[in-house]
Design a protein around this ligand. Sequence first.
Ligand code: 3PG
Length: 308
Amino acid sequence: MKTVLVATEKPFAKGAVESIKKIITDAGFKFQLLEKYSSKEDLLKAVAEANALIIRSDIVDRDVVAAAPNLEIVVRAGAGYDNIDLSACSERKIVAMNTPGQNANAVAELVFGMLIYKIRNQFDGSTGTELRGKTMGIYGYGYIGRLVAQIAHGFGMEVAAYDPFVDKNLMDKDGVKWIDSVQHLFSSNQYVSLHIPANEQTKKSVGFELLSVMPQGACLINTARKEVIDEDGLLQMFEKRPDFIYVADVAPDNAAIIAEKYAGRFYFTPKKCGAQTHEANNNAGLAAARQIVDFFVKGDKTFQVNKF
Ligand code: 3PG
């Protein structure tokens, strides 16, 4: 019998866990759960029997792969799979998947939640600003980027996007202005929302050079990954542009310096919570469970992200 382990340091909502369990056990597999673990050791022990693994932002590195001799598939219930060592998986012919789009709406809504909270001065009663008529630049036009565009349109914003992998026709259809370069995206939009993955090309790619060309009243919204930011460049931007504000779903490593020197110009979630809604937990968690069942029963590898 195949064993499916759900290993989530940040747990899914209880209802989602029950539904995942039902999908797994109805398919005739054994269900195991490791939640809120506090050390890597716990994860290493838990994966010992697993044939399949469902994770969120949990780190699946070489050690985890080595500790899981029976592992055949790991599914990241979510979008970004930068937490999985794909080479280590491929060497062992372990299929790695994500569940694209399943938690996108939760993240897109958080963009505006954090943004409004900040531009209304954390609701402290002082005079803030509005979104209507302002420009929103979307960097990365995937599932989340498209939803951010829809919501921004609802607020009466002008929306533009840059994504070298997306056809201009799609943006035209969505009423989104197609932008030809990342520099142009930053120079022509007061608000820029990041929806790029963290990979070798993008890590530390958003720094002072890009940020400094943003118009007056610049605001960067980061619900992607802290790793895509060049933190020295970010500090430089705070220093040189007193108008600049930064909101992010999870603080940068230099958050303490920012807090000390630039109070009132940032907001960071205390724990990454972009995908932390009941809906997103259900959508992503259940999709992951179904993908595992389809993989074992039918050999379906539709959402595989590694090659071997
Ligand atoms: C994702 O990549 O899907 C999001 O960053 C959500 O991450 P989480 O599952 O850790 O909340």
